[in-house]
Design a protein around this ligand. Structure first.
Ligand code: SAM
Length: 248
């Protein structure tokens, strides 16, 4: 059953068990996959639920084009939320981060512009990042599509996300305790339901940014003795969290 094609939909596409496909989804299901009336596929409906849907008509067609048949029982989400604050790397680096970290289980991406960020993202970039998150969530059998927020300044990004949970800022220099050691030392039964982690741009964080983050409760951590690229660091950080949190 899981072999059926999966597509993620927005809540407003569903009304009374009937599905209103976008032109792009109709093209994909009808022209690319050549699905016909009566064929089935899976929808990921945004609140963590998967459904089997059946085409009511041959595509393209006016709506509704499909109806929900039955819920699919699935549990692929991590037991905690991971919020990733990333100072945007150069060029298309953030695309790779969104792709890999969606596969790993991140629930929210907060792109930030810090002192040494070079990229000035356009609104097309944001649309593209969201499309990549949707495709990666479909491909990796996630129950939800992670949220990608509009880029904000580093200060706003960390202050807005100053929550009572474990908050870490990754820094390659300064002999900080390793992220894995920090996570291992959390007592069993006290595993947080949310972890926020921040990684810097190619030029790194400024000392003032590290101090600002520490001032509002972020703990600086190391990801190991080697300096990782700005694209590698968030993927490694999230992998380390997942490796410790997900026991099965
Ligand atoms: N130019 C910086 C330097 O020489 O220290 C390196 C910045 S690194 C390319 C980009 C970001 O990845 C850093 O700001 C940090 O957040 C993260 N990072 C890279 N290696 C790390 C490590 N070993 N431990 C913790 N964070 C690391």
């Amino acid at each position: 059953m899981v072999q059926l094609q999966r597509i993620a939909i927005a809540p407003e596409q569903l009304q009374n068990q009937h599905l209103y496909l976008t032109a792009e989804q109709q093209h994909y299901l009808g022209r690319v996959l050549r699905l016909k009336q009566g064929d089935r596929f899976i929808i990921i409906e945004g609140q963590g639920q998967w459904w089997i849907a059946e085409l009511l008509v041959n595509l393209p067609a006016s709506s509704p084009q499909a109806k929900l048949i039955e819920i699919v029982s699935i549990q692929t989400e991590l037991p905690i939320e991971i919020i990733l604050i990333v100072s945007l790397p150069k060029a298309d680096g953030f695309e790779e981060i969104v792709r890999c970290c969606t596969e790993l289980g991140v629930t929210q991406f907060i792109p930030v512009i810090s002192k040494r960020t070079v990229l000035k993202p356009s609104s097309q970039k944001l649309e593209r990042w969201r499309r990549i998150a949707t495709e990666s969530a479909e491909q990796s059998e996630r129950q939800i599509v992670p949220t990608i927020f509009d880029p904000v300044s580093f200060k706003l990004g960390v202050e807005k996300n100053n929550q009572s949970c474990h908050q870490y800022i990754c820094e390659g220099r300064g002999n900080y305790q390793s992220l894995t050691q920090e996570l291992i030392s959390i007592e069993t039964g006290k595993i947080p339901n949310k972890i926020i982690i921040a990684t810097g741009p190619e030029g790194g964080w400024t000392e003032a940014e590290i101090q600002d983050a520490i001032g509002i409760g972020f703990q600086p951590v190391s990801l190991g003795k080697r300096i990782l690229r700005a694209i590698t660091a968030p993927i490694v950080a999230v992998s380390q969290i997942v490796g410790i949190i997900e026991k099965t």
